[in-house]
Unconditional design. Structure first.
Length: 133
């Protein structure tokens, strides 16, 4: 568990950079007329970013708990099943939300898919970690 604590501490700088970059981008899109040069509806883009910003953090921790954690616990088979199941859910959610809500639905489905993967990966990681003791 010490290695996990070290690994999570090492992800703090990445999480901080992602957060600062995302907040800065969000404010630039909302407060600046610079983006109008590109003829993009910046309010719509900033709404999409609200879905996408936390997704990067979930993706980072999916990597830590899944790729690094479950593989370290020799649970590659379970990790593969989690990925397959989450991928299937992702396809279904993406199809349904994209048809109904267009690009907003796509952004939301990306967030939901990464969150579901995060729930499964973290649940199984901590379950297997407890069993290993």
């Amino acid at each position: 568990i010490t290695a996990l604590k070290i690994l999570i501490k090492l992800t703090y700088p990445q999480a901080f950079v992602i957060f600062i970059f995302s907040v800065s981008l969000f404010y630039i899109l909302n407060l600046s007329d610079f983006i109008s040069f590109f003829e993009v509806n910046h309010h719509h883009v900033s709404r999409l970013l609200l879905f996408m910003i936390p997704t990067t953090l979930f993706g980072m921790y999916n990597y830590v708990f899944g790729t690094l954690g479950l593989n370290h616990l020799n649970r590659q088979k379970e990790y593969s099943r989690i990925i397959m199941f989450s991928g299937l859910i992702s396809i279904i959610i993406s199809y349904a939300l994209t048809i109904k809500f267009n690009e907003t639905g796509t952004a939301a489905s990306f967030f939901i898919s990464e969150f579901i993967l995060f729930l499964f990966v973290s649940f199984f990681f901590f379950t297997f970690k407890r069993k290993q003791k």
